[in-house]
Design a protein around this ligand. Structure first.
Ligand SMILES: [Zn+2]
Length: 242
């Protein structure tokens, strides 16, 4: 009757289904996605920080030039103020005021420059820390990628082997039986056949009626569970443990 072969076929089909589901729902895909997002976020953050540091350095350079200019201006002013060339009191007073303003400006520029230097220093340290973290996250992402890759390869190889086995087995089973199996499998989520152990249907757990029981020993009979409708298989003893 080929019921044992059909049972084997069902086992293969269920294994194929399990692998297909694993392929579709493997958590590794999501893990890789999460790791990739982390890397991208950190990269963007790092680029933003680098840009900010660059601007701070630019501003510091500008301040240093301004300070030099200020220093030159003050020197020139002092030379005129104390050089004795100018004797006009009003003009001298104006120069004093100007000098005072330049000194104030110098103070402000120096304060800002100092603040910037500190910010650049701590920004640099933070950047180095982030760069190290990015390296770690990139490494983690690569590991996840490899894990997914290997899992998918393993699944693909498993599927290929199972499909080949199925093809060989299906060729040896009567078409009529195959048709019956396909219909029942559709109806029962792939579990067309139920194994009988100790007179209980392995599909639904209901006791097989005594009338049905007798047919189970007839190799020519197709016996269905009266409760769930599955095709019952009574495997020979050496298969029962499988
Ligand atoms: Zn049943």
């Amino acid at each position: 009757m080929g019921l044992e072969q059909l049972w084997q076929l069902q086992e293969i089909d269920l294994a194929i289904k399990a692998l297909e589901e694993e392929e579709e729902h493997t958590p590794l895909r999501q893990e890789l996605q999460t790791a990739t997002e982390k890397v991208e976020r950190l990269r963007a953050e790092l680029a933003g920080d680098e840009e900010a540091l660059k601007n701070q350095r630019k501003r510091l350079k500008k301040l240093e030039m301004d300070l030099q200019q200020n220093s030159d201006n003050r020197a020139a002013l002092r030379k005129r103020l104390y050089g004795g060339e100018v004797s006009n009191v009003r003009e001298l007073e104006q120069m004093e005021v100007k000098l005072g303003l330049l000194e104030k400006e110098q103070q402000a520029q120096e304060d800002e420059a100092l603040e910037l230097m500190e910010a650049i220093e701590s920004g640099d340290a933070e950047l180095r820390g982030k760069a190290a973290r990015l390296k770690e996250e990139e490494n983690n992402r690569r590991i996840k990628e490899t894990e997914l890759d290997e899992a998918l390869k393993r699944i693909a190889a498993g599927l290929e082997q199972l499909r080949r086995q199925r093809e060989e087995l299906a060729a040896r089973i009567e078409p009529r039986l195959m048709e019956r199996y396909q219909l029942l499998a559709q109806k029962h989520g792939g579990q067309a056949l139920a194994r009988v152990a100790e007179d209980i249907c392995g599909g639904c757990g209901v006791l097989i009626s005594s009338a049905q029981r007798g047919f189970l020993y007839n190799p020519e009979a197709l016996v269905y569970c009266e409760s769930c409708g599955r095709l019952l298989v009574k495997l020979s003893d050496h298969d029962q443990t499988g």
